[in-house]
Design a protein around this ligand. Structure first.
Ligand SMILES: [Zn+2]
Length: 285
């Protein structure tokens, strides 16, 4: 499963992708209202990075290490090892942590930023030591969106939430901090509210020396949803709100110089949104 690290430079900010897993899956397994004929029309720009020749879509689970103003921020922490996960997944035994530590040592991470609290974004918040899940990044502040945390910590059970392994040990250790959806982590790294996938979902904007990028989180799972924002992801908590968020996102960033870095985009994982008539595509270098 080991993959090459991918890096981007955005002004003075460095972003490094560390992959946990990449998997092909039938489009309908992720996208609630996908139209196969329309999906095939997008094959010209989706294959080979985002869709394979068999017509399956490709999804990556990765963390993004952001280095800005002397701080190291890990954005989303994948699924983690040694735990039974929702939807019958796991336990996994990947080399993710070893790969991450070729980029930054655990002890040197300043912030962990979870775009939302689904299990595939909080996993490596913790690791199993002597039979107990403990924070992986002992010197980090773990930033959780206030709206997001308050919703899931008081709300009903949800099949995509794994508080027990990924969140509670961090809170018990006093390492978490609740932040607003427009929080500024450094002068160059600012949160942007993108609700719908979950109630308090945020994306992460990077602005440095007139270069710009945005880390999507799960407001879009697959690049085809930039062209087809009405195709919901099954786990979207508020589907209509998520559709509106995707439409706004494409309107805001389409035909701009903003590098869109997808949290689940496979292959190059990043590109620019090019509008194309009433549709658009992600153009990668
Ligand atoms: Zn996800």
């Amino acid at each position: 499963m080991a993959s090459e690290l991918k890096r981007w430079q955005i002004g003075d900010v460095k972003v490094t992708r560390v992959v946990e897993q990449v998997a092909p899956l039938p489009a309908e397994q992720l996208l609630a209202n996908v139209e196969k004929a329309r999906l095939a029309q997008h094959a010209a720009w989706l294959v080979p990075h985002f869709m394979n020749d068999a017509g399956e879509i490709l999804l990556s689970i990765h963390a993004l290490v952001v280095e800005s103003a002397g701080k190291t921020i890990v954005v989303d922490t994948c699924m983690g090892n040694d735990r039974q996960l929702p939807q019958g997944m796991g336990p996994f035994e990947t080399q993710f942590l070893e790969e991450l530590e070729t980029v930054v040592k655990r002890e040197q991470v300043d912030y962990v930023m979870c775009t939302h609290l689904h299990f595939d974004h909080v996993g490596w918040n913790t690791m199993l030591v002597d039979g107990e899940f403990v924070p992986t990044f002992p010197n980090a502040r773990y930033l959780f969106g206030r709206v997001e945390y308050e919703h899931w910590s008081t709300g009903p059970e949800d099949e995509n939430i794994d508080f027990t392994h990924g969140v509670k040990p961090v809170v018990d250790a006093g390492l978490h901090e609740l932040v607003e959806s427009t929080h500024r982590i450094t002068d160059e790294i600012i949160l942007e509210p993108t609700p719908g996938h979950t109630p308090g979902h945020v994306s992460v904007k990077i602005e440095s020396k007139r270069a710009r990028a945005v880390i999507t989180g799960d407001m879009v799972h697959h690049p085809v949803q930039l062209a087809e924002p009405g195709w919901s992801s099954h786990p979207d908590f508020q589907a209509e709100r998520a559709i509106d968020t995707r439409k706004d996102f494409v309107a805001r960033y389409g035909d701009t110089d903003v590098l869109v870095i997808g949290t689940h985009f496979a292959g190059p994982s990043a590109g620019k949104i090019i509008k194309d008539g009433d549709s658009c595509r992600l153009e990668c270098d």
